[in-house]
Design a protein around this ligand. Sequence first.
Ligand SMILES: *Cc1c(COP(=O)(O)O)cnc(C)c1O
Length: 377
Amino acid sequence: MNLYPVYPLFDVEIARGKGCHVYDTTGQEYLDLYGGHAVISIGHCHPHYVEALTKQLNLLGFYSNSVENSLQVQLAERLGRASGYDDYQLFLINSGAEANENALKLASFHTGRSRILAAGHAFHGRTSLAVEATDNPRIVAPVNAGGHVTFLPLNDLDAFRAELEKGDVAAVILECIQGVGGIRMATAEFAQGLSRLCQAHGTVLIADEIQCGYGRSGRFFAHQHLGIRPDIITCAKGIANGFPMGAVLIAPHFQATPGQLGTTFGGNHLACAAALAVLDVIEDEHLIDNAAETGAYLIERLRSLQAAHPCITEIRGRGLMVGIDFDGPIKAMRTRLVKEQHVFTGAASTNILRLLPPLCLTRAEVDEFIERISAVL
Ligand SMILES: *Cc1c(COP(=O)(O)O)cnc(C)c1O
C-alpha cells in the first residue's frame, strides 16, 4: 500500500528532537523555527514531559468519558488560572478542527441560529463547519459548502456591523493573529467594536487561539493584547506539545445539556497528563515571558536584516509568531534553508515565511537563525 500523497514533504526524516533542535536519521542537526507547525510549545522531548507521559502510561493510558477523570478537572483548574479565565468551562477534544467544530455547533445550539461570520484569509480547520469557515475554496468539498458562512475583510468593522445587525448570526469566529493567512493581526479597535456588536446582537464571539494562543504571542491568549473577552476560546496545537488534543473554553453563561457534545478519545488520561506537563514547563520556565522577549529580539534582528535585503518587504508578528513578506516566491529559499543551512521554517501563501518556533527559543538561537538565513538571501 502507498501513502495518500497529500503532503509536500521535504525529503528528510526527523528521528530525534531536543529543545529547539531536531535531528534526521543520519544525525544531522536542524534548528527548528517551525515547531512542527506551532505544535512544539515547550521544546522537543522536554525531560519533565517525557517523565509525566511515561508515568501516566504506566498507570492508565485511556478510559472513556463515561467515568470521572480528575486529570480533566486538574487541567481545567490549571488552565483557568494560567489563562485568567477561571470562570470558564472546559470541553476537551482531539484537534483544532474539532475544537472549532464544537465551538460553532455550541454557538448554534445556544442561539438557535445557523449563520457564521469569518474573516478573509481565515483558517479554522478541515472538518465540516471548520472548513466551511476557512477562506480557501480549494479545500472546501461540495458537501461542506452549506452556505452558512459569510467572509468579511479582517478589521472592517462596518462590514461586520452590517451583517450582525440582521440579527441572524450565530457566531463570529476570529483568529486575532491569522496563522495560515500570513500573520495578519486584528486591531484592538476592531476586536473591541466586534465584541460590543456581538453582545448587542446576541451573537457568540469565538476566538480561535489554536495557533496564536497558548503563550505564543507573549500573552497566554493573543486576544488578551486586544482587551476583549470572547464567549468561546478554542485551543489545540501547543496545548500538549504534540500529543493530539483540542480544547474549547466556554463562558459561564453557557449551560451544558448532558449528551449534547461528546467524544471517544477527547480528554483521555495520556492527553491530560501531556497538557498538565506543558503547563508545568510553561510556568516553571516562564516561557510566555520568553516568547515576548525573544520574539521582540527576533523581530528586531529581522528588521536589521530587512534593511540589508530589499527582497524582504514587510515583517509582522507578536511574540514567537512572525511573518516575513518577500517580493517573490520563497519555496526554493525554504528548501535551501533545510538542505544547506539546516533550518526548518514555515510558510504562508507563496511569499511569506512563517516562524513558529518552540517558546523556549533563546537569543543565541535567534542569532544562529539570522546568520543562516543571511547566507541564503
Ligand atoms: C491548525 C489550525 C486549526 C486546525 O487544527 P487541526 O489540529 O489541524 O485540526 C484551526 N485553526 C487554526 C488557527 C489553526 O492554526
